[in-house]
Design a protein around this ligand. Structure first.
Ligand code: ADP
Length: 403
């Protein structure tokens, strides 16, 4: 079954056409700067070269139309007709408490996604634009919504409730939701498979370290705690996000710098993290290069990042009452071997030792980076959120066809 996976941001749209029988990516690409001047469209068919075009796209519907045209193009297309696309799978950031699993899109599901827009104002409205555009362009193709929050709905109340007056949870649903759920779900399953341990009897800590970073405690295949909260600002020190801090700091900065709370939050989201600490870049490649040239702030930012990850691994070892495996994924986790080394250097107390040469060799691929005598296995498992979305979409479509 060919599934078109769509990940809509407010001004960008990533897509992949996946054959769910072979799990092959038939085509992939990006529509960038939607609704802004100097738009860019890219398309890469399986086995072919990437094609990039400058084209203005006034809205998401225009962008999706370009994608569909590229897929059936007589020269570079990969399918003959749009009928070959049996379903579209949409990544949705926030599903609130309503969605514990992926869902077939209908009016009710759209309404619930709309209701969660308050909690993800930058993301959910953009996802809905994508859903509406697909509905218009392919009215007979079913759609499935796959939520970043769904995997974490298994968290117990003591992990998701904040130490706030309980009425705020009752009135406004203020609680930990967690994000990157599709990635944590995929990586925890794959880690168990890769290491040959039974998922239903396992304690795995998954570390999704990218621009945005989060960490998850997965017990017997279910998320029991995760570092992001009501929004993706909480938890680890990230590329540009602060992660955990004393909430009193917000008012303190506002007073000192004569800023509004909104302006301070913007600083915490966009100008903090390793970018803020280093004053240089949010990108770990830049920080490594600067560190090698003797930039002490770049080194410090990387140390702060690694320390926070290690601290969470310690906390989640307690949450899981022990740990069998730790997995690294996403841009930093899959590639930044020096950062992984720094994190693992904090974990000797768990009986973990880094296999230096395995760590250096394991870049962008699966591998074990702890020594064979380590008490806990540490591995790298490249994430694949698109594949997970395609699998869920297929499963839901097949189930609805059975009824
Ligand atoms: P996003 O959260 O945007 O999906 P990614 O998971 O793609 O992010 O991760 C992007 C980050 O991964 C970059 O900002 C960069 O810091 C880091 N990264 C990517 N490749 C490498 C590399 N080879 N070495 C070190 N860091 C890398």
């Amino acid at each position: 079954m060919d599934v078109l996976v769509i990940n809509c941001g407010s001004s960008s749209l990533k897509y992949q056409l996946i054959n769910t029988n072979t799990e092959e990516v038939l085509a992939s690409g990006l529509c960038d700067r939607i609704g802004i001047a100097n738009g860019q469209f890219s398309y890469k068919p399986k086995g072919g070269d990437k094609i990039t075009r400058n084209v203005d796209m006034q809205d998401h519907e225009v962008a999706i139309k370009l994608v569909l045209e590229a897929l059936i193009d007589s020269k570079d297309g990969i399918i003959k007709s749009l009928n070959e696309i049996k379903a579209t799978g949409h990544r949705i950031v926030h599903g609130g408490e309503h969605f514990t699993h992926s869902a077939l899109v209908n009016d009710e599901v759209i309404q619930h996604i709309e209701e969660c827009s308050d909690l993800a104002p930058l993301h959910n409205p953009a996802h809905l634009l994508g859903i509406r555009a697909c509905k218009h362009l392919m009215p007979n193709t079913p759609m499935v919504a796959v939520f970043d929050t769904a995997f974490h709905q298994s968290m117990p109340p003591h992990a998701y409730i904040y130490g706030l007056p309980y009425e705020y949870y009752e009135k406004y649903k203020i609680r930990r939701y967690g994000f990157h759920g599709t990635s944590h779900s995929y990586v925890s399953k794959r880690t168990a498979e890769f290491l040959g341990i039974p998922l239903e009897n396992s304690r795995i800590i998954t570390c999704h370290l990218g621009n945005g970073s989060s960490i998850c405690a997965v017990k017997n295949g279910q998320s029991i705690d995760t570092s992001m909260g009501l929004t993706p600002l909480e938890g680890l020190v990230m590329g540009t996000r602060s992660g955990d801090l004393d909430p009193a700091i917000i008012d303190y900065i506002a007073q000192k710098e004569n800023l509004s709370t909104k302006e301070v939050l913007n600083i915490l989201n966009k100008k903090s993290g390793v970018l803020g600490i280093s004053g240089l870049s949010s990108d770990f490649r830049d920080l490594l290069a600067a560190d090698e040239e003797g930039n002490l702030k770049a080194r410090f930012a990387r140390e702060v990042f690694a320390y926070r990850v290690a601290k969470y691994i310690g906390a989640y070892t307690a949450a899981l009452v022990g740990v069998d495996a730790i997995a690294f994924c996403a841009g930093v986790g899959e590639n930044a071997k020096f950062i992984r080394g720094k994190i693992v250097s904090h974990l000797h107390f768990l009986g973990i030792n880094l296999d230096e040469s395995a760590n250096l060799e394991t870049v962008g691929k699966e591998g074990i980076i702890s020594t064979p005598d380590s008490k806990v296995k540490v591995c790298v498992i490249p994430t694949n959120e698109e594949l997970m979305i395609a699998r869920d979409t297929r499963e839901i479509i097949l189930k609805t066809q059975e009824h």
